[in-house]
Design a protein around this ligand. Structure first.
Ligand code: UDP
Ligand code: MG
Length: 342
């Protein structure tokens, strides 16, 4: 059995002024329990993902009162997955738990995650047993999403697991070494392998505020997930293209024989238009999908950092000195605050 000594919690925060006070209360009691009862060293890292409301000033205040709270402010909104990455990068614990800031990932489940990890697992997912207070639309799209992702990304992708998970040991290093730009962290954490397990929990409703994942962001996440892990969309388009062209070919044969044997082909005009549309449509569709992959290649080739850190609070002196005095003014030795890891 392995023993976890230091635990880091990485929590992305985007416009959560309403949930932060609740989060603070909840964390203070559960972190205390982890410290006292489980004798763990606990580090909490909040990543402010370019919030426009009072979230950051709340965090500054909190960090001021609690030296154990670390805060990273990103230079703008980079999105949930990148914010989470920034938190994981900065973590110094030998196990890192990522969770949402809206208390939908209840901190008391962390204990179960740790237990599983200490049984010898490297990646432990918290899987949702039930969703409370989410619309039928969100539930059904989430259901469909997880099933589709399983076929496209990885057979082993756990169903109904969000970004609430614990990673430790070699898996943590492996996971951190993945620096691709279009990140689907759930897929990445499954893809790395090692020993994986999950624990079940009931997902409560958001405590306050509203979801920061409107439908278009969810669709983008799904599309990113699909295209950064599989080429199935390319295959689907190829198959669809061949079906449409095959149909066109058959229709051509039919039209020719009709011309020879019946001789009434003038009315065929409308069907030609239909066919043109069909074929043109599938070409465009194919181009669109290919274009999306090319776009991803472009992003990877530019190799920009995943994020920029604007301010860090309660990080040790040394790291912040490095930050200010490095040559380009951008590189940090340990935690490379610009989304690159050397
Ligand atoms: N979040 C973020 N950047 C974003 C969107 C969301 O850091 O661009 C954070 C948000 O503050 C929350 C977590 O990611 O802590 C999950 O977001 P949310 O609860 O809105 O997603 P949902 O649970 O509705 O899928
Ligand atoms: Mg939520």
């Amino acid at each position: 059995m392995k023993r976890i000594r230091k635990l880091s919690l990485a929590i992305p925060i985007y416009n959560e002024e309403q949930t932060l006070p609740l989060l603070r209360k909840e964390l203070e009691s559960s972190v205390k329990r982890l410290r006292v009862e489980d004798e763990l060293e606990v580090e909490v890292i909040l990543v402010d993902d370019g919030s426009q409301d009072a979230s950051y000033s709340y965090m500054v205040n909190w960090a001021d009162q609690d030296p154990n709270l670390k805060v990273i402010k990103l230079s703008r909104n980079f999105g949930h997955q990148v914010a989470l990455t920034a938190g994981m990068d900065a973590a110094t614990g030998d196990a890192v738990v990522s969770l949402d800031g809206d208390l939908q990932d209840p901190p008391e489940v962390i204990r179960e995650l740790i237990q599983k990890a200490e049984e010898g697992f490297d990646v432990v997912y918290a899987r949702r047993e039930e969703r409370e207070g989410e619309s039928f639309f969100k539930k059904s799209t989430a259901w469909l999403f997880y099933r589709m992702m399983k076929t496209m990304i990885h057979r082993e992708l756990p169903e109904d697991a969000g970004d609430f998970r614990l990673i430790t040991g070699e898996a943590l290093e492996a996971y951190r070494s993945l620096r691709e730009k279009h990140r689907f962290l759930r897929g990445l954490s499954t893809w790395i392998g090692f020993r994986q397990a999950s624990v079940l929990y009931k997902r409560p409703a958001r405590q306050a505020g509203e979801t920061k994942y409107p439908t278009h962001k969810m669709l983008r996440l799904a599309w990113n997930a699909a295209t950064s892990f599989s080429t199935l969309p390319l295959t689907i388009v190829t198959v669809w293209g061949s079906i449409v062209s095959g149909f066109g070919l058959l229709y051509l044969l039919y039209a020719i024989s009709r011309h020879i044997f019946v001789g009434d082909t003038v009315q065929g005009w409308s069907t030609i238009v239909v066919l043109l549309c069909l074929i043109g449509g599938s070409i465009l569709m194919g181009l669109g999908v290919v274009g999306s992959y090319v776009g991803k290649i472009y992003e990877e080739v530019k190799d920009r950092p995943l994020y920029f850190v604007q301010t860090r609070l309660n990080f040790d002196e040394e790291a912040s000195l490095d930050y200010h005095h490095s040559e380009q003014g951008v590189h940090v030795s340990r935690f490379v605050g610009f989304g690159h890891r050397s």
